[in-house]
Design a protein around this ligand. Structure first.
Ligand code: HEM
Length: 428
């Protein structure tokens, strides 16, 4: 094991300001109520450990927001549910888990890959996958490296930055926007729409203003990608939108509505997730200064370290599914159509699967984690996300080897589906 060496200038404890949960409850509903509520959550992983210890699978009661769902927190079950071809995502999940009415947001979501019934999902996934070839990923790597260097150039002279706003957000947004073939002059307004759209994804229908803004943003995004698709149809390029327009598998193509909805989905899935993941990786390194120093000194560890960051604190924390047949577990039965909720972060810190799971170890050999799910819904952007993380982290650590937090603490975003720091002031 590597000895713990303090990175000069890093405070002794680099904790979120709301570190202390007021004692850990032992009732599983109460634990879940804390997990899903950013106001009472405190630190997430002690709650996940407590849940896995006390009720690794259970049907939630009225206390938890996930009322009536079957909740899983052990690696074995979460992995098995992800891989089972009879446990699926479909429009019923959208209705149970994300009840956002019938506005623009829902109309987009009804046409994206993830929320299709089984057969349309397989058809649409085959079509979209034709654009995510190893050759395409090889073409995207230099884009990721270039964007990372350009962003470092922008902040270098300042000597400090809010990493979330100026780097972690900008990096994946610029990469996916370039890959999709969006003209740079359109980035500012698209960022606004993308933000409002994403807010609705987390709002769970409780904030009418957020719902209105999210629906308006969805309509703007539909109009925007509709126009861009027309331009590309007349003049195809080597961008992802052109590849999706040309995508054909088994004599099928994407309909216009599917094309537009999935462009919006790729823009969203392609930046928020990675933004948060970069933030979680840097928070983890600041809390483990020995690992930060090791990674700065050994660039060859970067690829493996990316897997450890994904395991250690993933940005996509929740997966929803429904079983097509009744499921029987030790002491628990789930009927066909019951809502299943898997906590990926809890599974990725399961000591049965990962020894000493709370220790960040950038040299850890990981055979598989659940950060990108598994099976039929395995993240289409996983290879791109890995490339972006490696390029983004490497550029940052190589250019600013004395990087350290500029304050005593930080805050997490008040979200859970996606987890990441709200801001991360750093200096170097
Ligand atoms: C570190 C960053 C990322 C993480 C942690 C992540 C994680 C995930 C997870 C867990 C799923 C499965 C969702 C479920 O279980 O319902 C998923 C699906 C998906 N992801 Fe990612 N993702 C990341 C980056 C990306 C990027 C960069 C893209 C696209 C450019 C992308 C596109 C997708 C798509 C299209 C799906 C849906 C797959 C399907 O339904 O068949 N993701 N991702």
């Amino acid at each position: 094991m590597t000895a713990t060496v303090k990175q000069p200038g890093i405070p002794a404890s680099f904790d979120p300001v709301d570190w202390n949960p007021p004692g850990l409850p032992s009732d599983p509903d109460e634990i879940v109520a804390h997990i899903v509520d950013p106001k009472t959550r405190g630190e997430l992983y002690p709650l996940f450990h407590q849940l896995r210890r006390t009720a690794p699978m259970f049907k939630s009661g009225p206390v938890a927001k996930q009322h009536g769902a079957w909740i899983f927190s052990r690696f074995a079950e979460v992995d098995m549910l992800s891989r089972s071809p009879r446990v699926v995502n479909d429009p019923r999940v959208l209705d149970s888990a994300f009840n956002h009415g019938d506005g623009g947001f829902t109309s987009v979501m009804r046409n994206v890959l993830t929320w299709q019934p089984v057969e349309p999902h397989a058809r649409m996934r085959n079509l979209i996958m034709t654009a995510f070839t190893p050759r395409a990923i090889d073409r995207w790597r230099p884009i990721a490296e270039q964007v990372a260097q350009e962003l470092c150039d922008c902040i270098a002279a300042d000597g400090h930055a809010d990493l979330v706003e100026q780097y972690n957000y900008e990096l994946p947004f610029n990469i996916i926007a370039r890959i999709l073939g969006i003209p740079e002059s359109d980035y500012p307004r698209l960022k606004g729409y993308a933000w409002d759209f994403a807010q609705l994804g987390e709002a769970r229908g409780v904030d009418p203003e957020a719902v209105q803004r999210g629906d308006d943003a969805a309509r703007e995004l539909i109009a925007y990608f509709g126009e861009l698709a027309e331009k590309r149809r007349a003049n195809m390029g080597d961008d992802l939108l052109s590849s999706l327009l040309a995508a054909e598998a088994d004599g099928e193509t994407l309909t216009h509505t599917e094309l537009i909805a999935n462009c919006i989905y790729l823009l969203q899935a392609g930046h928020e997730t990675t933004q948060d993941m970069l933030g979680n990786a840097m928070v983890a390194l600041f809390r483990h200064p020995d690992q930060l120093r090791l990674l700065i000194a050994h660039p060859e560890l970067t690829q493996g370290a990316v897997e450890e960051f994904l395991r250690y604190d993933t940005s996509v924390q929740i997966s929803h599914r429904i079983p097509l047949d009744p499921l029987r577990f030790d002491g628990m039965e789930v009927p066909e159509g019951g809502l299943l909720v898997s906590f990926a972060g809890a599974a990725n810190r399961d000591p049965e699967r990962f020894p000493d799971p709370d220790r960040l170890d950038v040299t850890r050999k990981i055979s598989s984690h659940i950060a990108f799910s598994a099976g039929a819904y395995y993240c289409i952007g996983a290879a791109l996300a890995r490339t972006e993380m490696a390029a983004g982290l490497r550029a940052l650590l190589d250019r600013f080897p004395a990087i350290r937090p500029a304050g005593e603490g930080f805050e997490w975003r008040p979200t859970l589906n996606l987890r990441g720091p709200q801001s991360l002031p750093v200096t170097w």
